[in-house]
Design a protein around this ligand. Sequence first.
Ligand SMILES: Cc1cc2nc3c(=O)[nH]c(=O)nc-3n(C[C@H](O)[C@H](O)[C@H](O)COP(=O)(O)OP(=O)(O)OC[C@H]3O[C@@H](n4cnc5c(N)ncnc54)[C@H](O)[C@@H]3O)c2cc1C
Length: 372
Amino acid sequence: MENVIIIGGGPAGLAASLYLARANLNPLLFAGSPPGGQLMLTSDVENYPGFESILGPQLIEKYRAHVQKFGTRIIDQNITKVHLNNSPFTLSTVDKSYSAKAIIITTGAKALWLNLPNEQRLRGKGVSACATCDAFFFKDKIVAVVGGGDTAMEETLTLTKFASKVYLIHRRGQFRASKIMQERVFKNPKVEIIWNSMVVDVLGEDKVEGLKLKKVKDVILNHAKRGEGSLANASSNESRDSSSSTQNDKENILIVDGLFLAIGHKPDTDIFMRQVEFDSKGYIITSARLSLELAKFKIQSSKFKVTVENSKLEEIKNKFNLNFHSSTSVEGVFAAGDCVDYIYRQAGTAVGMGIEAALDVEKWLGVETPNY
Ligand SMILES: Cc1cc2nc3c(=O)[nH]c(=O)nc-3n(C[C@H](O)[C@H](O)[C@H](O)COP(=O)(O)OP(=O)(O)OC[C@H]3O[C@@H](n4cnc5c(N)ncnc54)[C@H](O)[C@@H]3O)c2cc1C
């Protein structure tokens, strides 16, 4: 029987394990396969305190060595099943079962990509899914953002603080983002919107040099020709294409130095479905999140979007132990990092949440906290 098992070996899980190891709780961490989380997908990280510049995979390597030095046991395997109905909890990999008094879920999230032929090859070389992380690298450069929701608007506005020009490419003729965010984007002189267009490939050998765009109408025709059905909801509005893109018969080439995808994230939480409470997008609800959403609901501020359905909040609130910020709806199961956090999504914030979860577990297990 383990004291505590951590599921997920990104910044949140590693941070939790460090505190638990130093509290003599002998944590077991399943880092997943492949291990390391989202930072493994990036090159330079320049906003992690203590490191002016470090490669994402190098930061994770250092972190793993650090936590192992203090006694964390790491297994680079996925947990494939969990049973959280009864304590102690049971978890299994493909070949073995484990049981634990407490669990911390730090399975993170995955940025959604377009799956273009050259997108992954140029990831970290101009293709990114995080403007907060990478906008700084595009000072006075030309970049494009793909998306139409609030995140795309935010990414676009963040990029305007660095880039000389930001194209916002959307496959429909209108955005689904909130009006206020749209207005900010429309007003920004650095932004040019390319409606009714899809990026079909990224160009460049060692770095992004441009994008291949197609009008949505062309894409619909090609899909129909190949018998793949049509994009029924695609807008038929007239395109207002960029004047600086060059046209050939079918595709426009747009010259840019960077491509930012803002088409959503998917939290890696499927194996916990129906066992802990989630919001409608699959993010795990913790006590801290619940309290915040309830407070927002109470003050009925129109400024905030209530993302957990209001009626559901009332229904589920008795399941949470509000003494522990990171507690899920199951007593003894805690969660931290990007599988909970749909707003900030940074390594530093994931680390902070991981530490909170570790301290919650220590308290929850009733262990005297040693000196820090
Ligand atoms: C391209 C890119 C660049 C970024 N750059 C920066 C940056 O410069 N600075 C910054 O602060 N942030 C950056 N971020 C964001 C940062 O990487 C994330 O916010 C952070 O990694 C979240 O940490 P996490 O531990 O919550 O989750 P993750 O990093 O997503 O880690 C989750 C871990 O859980 C594991 N896992 C999932 N399911 C299971 C399972 N069933 N069993 C076992 N393990 C499982 C995964 O394999 C993974 O190891 C970037 C993100 C991306 C995508």
